[in-house]
Design a protein around this ligand. Structure first.
Ligand SMILES: NC(=O)c1ccc[n+]([C@@H]2O[C@H](COP(=O)([O-])OP(=O)(O)OC[C@H]3O[C@@H](n4cnc5c(N)ncnc54)[C@H](OP(=O)(O)O)[C@@H]3O)[C@@H](O)[C@H]2O)c1
Length: 327
């Protein structure tokens, strides 16, 4: 098929709108573009490539393979739980941005630069968690060279990672209002809670980073731990990574490998920040240094645009590669 016929579920959301921006930038040869959202948005007009497209209400009847053969989902886990199977039963290839199917045995969890081969002929493909995507890119390079034994992540995650409600809560509390979304005031503050608490004291976001890192790097034995923190930054996630390897690290060789890896910009001097990452698709790295407290261990600073590389552009890149393979 010469044209890519596509639906976006959650087209009016923060990630959904960024799908549209990334699709425009990538200049994929789109045929039909169907925009789906809740009944609240049905009838709204969205501008794409200079043309207005009317948003449709998502229903069980939305998935007609005659209209589109691919769908990007970004409307939350409960929507993906119900509608992704309906789409795939109708022969539509789904790339799902929610956490709903990520750890399902039959569903590949994909970062294109790392494991496109996992896609095989699957119709349902999951896009990983935003902090995981940016972290596994450098971790894979380190793992291939020196065999990662353990990684400890500490994240500094922007409010845009919670969608529109997170952004509104930061702006509101900055203006002195009561919190409208987060459990405590996010303005001028750091909240060591992202998503709900689990029985063992970890949060669900932290557990996602542990499970998804192992799944993407195909190493169930890798020791992974995380502390995830919401910070009063509008956009761009930062992750401090402490990595212990089985083999001795050659820092010169590692710098060269990171600097020449697809999807990575390595800062030899200075360091990148969330503001530098915002608006582009690369993962920015800096402050690589030896951890003097442990053998074969290093520290690394890693930032990325959570809405783009952490969500929309990772998913659209999967879509592009799958479509090119299957058309
Ligand atoms: N933001 C990030 O950095 C990020 C990163 C990775 C993954 N994600 C995941 O991406 C998903 C969306 O995130 P977001 O930040 O874009 O959220 P958002 O800005 O709140 O947007 C949510 C979208 O879902 C739609 N939606 C909600 N309920 C619906 C329903 N009953 N039927 C159909 N559509 C419905 C909304 O449509 P209406 O406008 O009609 O309400 C809107 O288009 C979530 O699963 C999130 O975990 C987000």
């Amino acid at each position: 098929m010469d044209k890519l016929n596509l639906a976006i579920v959650g087209a009016t959301g923060m990630v959904g709108r960024t799908f549209l921006t990334v699709l425009e930038e990538m200049e994929l040869p789109l045929g039909n573009l169907v925009l789906l959202a809740s009944e609240r948005s049905a009838g709204k007009k969205v501008l794409f490539q200079g043309k207005e497209i009317e948003v449709e209400e998502l229903t069980e009847g939305s998935f007609d393979k005659e209209r589109f053969q691919y769908a990007l989902f970004s409307a939350g886990g409960s929507i993906s739980e119900i509608y992704a199977p309906i789409a795939t039963q109708n022969g539509i290839t789904v790339i799902d941005n929610s956490s709903q199917w990520r750890m399902h045995e039959e569903v590949p969890l994909v970062v294109p630069e790392i494991n496109m081969k996992a896609v095989e002929d699957h119709l349902l493909i999951s896009n990983p968690n935003c902090s995981t995507i940016q972290s596994v890119l450098p971790l894979k390079v380190i793992h291939d060279l020196y065999q990662v034994e353990r990684v400890a992540y500490t994240t500094y995650q922007a409010v845009s990672g919670s969608g529109q409600k997170g952004v509104e809560d930061l702006l509101g509390t900055r203006a002195g209002k009561e919190p409208s979304f987060y459990p405590k005031v996010i303005s001028d503050n750091c909240l060591p809670q992202i998503d709900v608490f689990l029985e063992d004291g970890y949060t669900k976001e932290e557990q996602k980073m542990v499970d998804e890192t192992r799944k993407i790097l195909e190493d169930e034995k890798m020791k992974v731990t995380a502390t995830c923190v919401r910070v009063p930054v509008l956009n761009g996630h930062s992750v401090a990574m402490n990595v212990t390897c089985r083999e001795k690290i050659d820092y010169e060789a590692l710098r060269k490998a990171l600097a020449s890896s697809e999807g990575i910009i390595y800062y030899e001097t200075d360091y990148p920040t969330a503001r530098d990452a915002t608006g582009q698709d690369q993962v920015l790295l800096g402050r690589l240094r030896k951890d003097e407290s442990l053998d074969n261990s290093l520290h690394l600073w890693c930032v990325a645009d959570n809405i783009r590389k952490g969500a929309a552009s990772n998913a659209v890149e999967i879509l592009k590669r799958v479509w090119e393979e299957r058309r």
